[in-house]
Design a protein around this ligand. Structure first.
Ligand code: KIV
Ligand code: ZN
Length: 519
């Protein structure tokens, strides 16, 4: 829990599974979404936006399955203002203990004219019709004015007023294009609350995008001016530059409760695990200097800083690493550690693996312990996350031998298991990684283009595990795969194969019909 005792309670609405998943390349499987939803609930998130049910069957299924397993958090499904959208969202929420329908329509001149091709009168009518319909189905209805920060003031007031009169219980004011400044956004929230006659009948909510890097500052300005809910995502993922980062909001309120007397129900000690889980599921690495959850967020490199820290931690530390769930890198296990100790360790780290996955992870741990002298927490995290990604793969790496070095040609002899059939080949390439990717291509022909290949070391030292990210794109769908191994080339093959598997399961995210309010 964050904040001081008599602080105002702010609801945290997490949209990692909806707006977060809309980032190009950030697709997640159903299993990953379920694991993330469980973690968000455990962490104390108030509302989980689980998807946009009409967008695809996959989205519908995600919302329905998340709704089945979550008890405490409110589960929210997004819908445009068309009645079919709202009905589909409601159908997906059938099993939710605490359902919420979130319906939206654009209200800015540019969106109404070019995206919706609707007049302001038609949009206002759609607000009335959609909120009334949603409210007849569900007692908890959120209404959003998409592109609210570029909407004309009088028209925004009319729409918000209509939505509240028709029964919306939450009014969301998105800064859809990340254009607002904190002062401006805070004033918009304050003015709306002061002007709309029934503003006390609804909770006002912030939803800020990060195009100018102001999403968190704008969200905080929103609550300082009366908003009672913040919409955000883990690691700040989301459309374009992303959304306000949940971990930054929670810690800003916790650390600066003296200036911002607001509390959330989020257990801050779980922030790092949540960040890792989302990064592994989406394949999006967390930037090293990312506030709160970046690898360097608590690292002190310069001599002056280290000296200060040794004398007194508060010299350079405004919060402890433990408060966000970071523990000192410790030498955790060695080659003699047994299965029981290994299982206990991964449970302590917050992972929840089935018996088969634990057995596979243990075998890989033993192999790693034979090759690497010291095994740290980070090694276990990389190994277990890698194992979790392997759940339901159609294609699996069986073996790899590579010829690399100055003489050339660089060559990869590779064996893949495709749906139970083992296929082998040898391919050459412009370097060993290219040779590996060519070999995969030969064994599993596909049209995907490589968009990104990135390697980083999990720990220090030349025997560190390499963690590789590979992004593939096919027909406008982008996915990111990851692989970890002390051998960079094996990690590269695993990452490519993982991305291919993701491409195979990635659901079509394109809405079946045009995004207009009359659908
Ligand atoms: O950014 C936005 O406007 C949205 C709405 C759908 C809430 O994500
Ligand atoms: Zn958004």
């Amino acid at each position: 829990m964050t904040g001081t005792q008599d602080a105002k309670q702010i609801k945290i609405f997490d949209t990692t599974l909806r707006d977060g998943e809309q980032s190009p390349g950030a697709s997640m499987t159903l299993e990953e979404k379920l694991r993330i939803a469980e973690m968000l609930e455990d962490m104390g998130v108030d509302v989980i936006e689980a998807g946009f049910p009409i967008a695809s069957n996959g989205d519908f299924e995600s919302v329905r399955e998340v709704a089945k397993i979550i008890d405490k958090s409110i589960i929210c499904g997004l819908a445009r203002s068309g009645l079919k959208d709202i009905d589909r969202a409601w159908e997906a929420l059938t099993h939710a203990k605490r359902p919420r329908i979130h319906t939206f329509i654009s209200t800015s001149p540019v969106h109404m004219k070019h995206k919706l091709q609707m007049s302001p009168e038609e949009v206002l009518e759609a607000v009335v019709e959609s909120v009334t319909h949603a409210r007849n189905l569900c007692g908890d209805v959120e209404w959003s004015a998409e592109d609210a920060t570029r909407t004309e003031w009088d028209f925004l007031c009319k729409c918000v007023d209509a939505a509240i009169r028709c029964g919306a219980t939450t009014i969301n004011i998105p800064d859809t294009v990340g254009y607002a400044t904190p002062e401006e956004y805070g004033k918009l929230i304050a003015d709306l609350i002061a002007t709309i006659p029934n503003s006390d009948k609804a909770v006002f909510s912030t939803h800020c995008h990060n195009d100018l890097g102001l999403a968190v500052a704008n969200s905080l300005a929103g609550i300082a001016n009366g908003a009672g809910q913040i919409e955000c995502t883990i690691n700040g993922i989301g459309e374009r530059a992303g959304n306000a980062a949940l971990e930054e909001i929670v810690m800003a309120l916790q650390v600066r409760g003296d200036r911002m007397p607001y509390a959330t129900g989020v257990v801050s000690q779980q922030l790092t695990a949540a960040s890792r889980l989302v990064s592994n599921a989406t394949g999006f690495p967390v930037q090293y200097n990312k506030a709160i959850v970046g690898k360097n967020a608590f690292a002190h490199e310069s001599g002056i800083h280290q000296d200060g820290m040794l004398k007194h931690t508060e010299t350079y530390e405004i919060m402890t690493p433990e408060s966000v769930g970071v523990h000192q890198s410790s030498l955790v296990m060695g080659k003699h550690s047994g299965r029981h100790a290994f299982r206990k360790k991964i449970e302590e780290m917050g992972f929840d693996l089935g018996p088969n996955a634990i057995q596979d992870a243990f075998v890989r741990f033993k192999e790693l312990a034979d090759r690497k002298k010291q095994i740290y927490d980070e090694d276990i995290v990389a190994l277990v996350s890698d194992e979790m990604l392997r759940g339901q793969e159609k294609i699996r790496l069986v073996s790899l031998a590579v010829v690399a070095g100055t003489k050339g040609p660089q060559q990869a002899t590779l064996s893949l298991d495709v749906d139970g059939e083992v296929r082998d080949t040898t391919a050459t390439g412009n370097g060993p990684v290219d040779a590996i990717f060519n070999a995969i291509h030969e064994l599993y022909p596909h049209q995907a283009n490589l968009q990104l290949y990135q390697v980083h070391a999990v720990t220090e030292g030349t025997d560190a595990q390499a963690e590789v990210s590979v992004r593939l794109e096919q027909n406008g769908k982008a996915v990111t795969g990851q692989g970890a191994d002390p051998d960079t080339l094996v990690a590269s093959a695993r990452a490519y194969v993982n991305a291919l598997n993701r491409l195979l399961v990635k659901r079509d995210k394109t809405a079946p019909v045009a995004l207009t309010a009359t659908v």
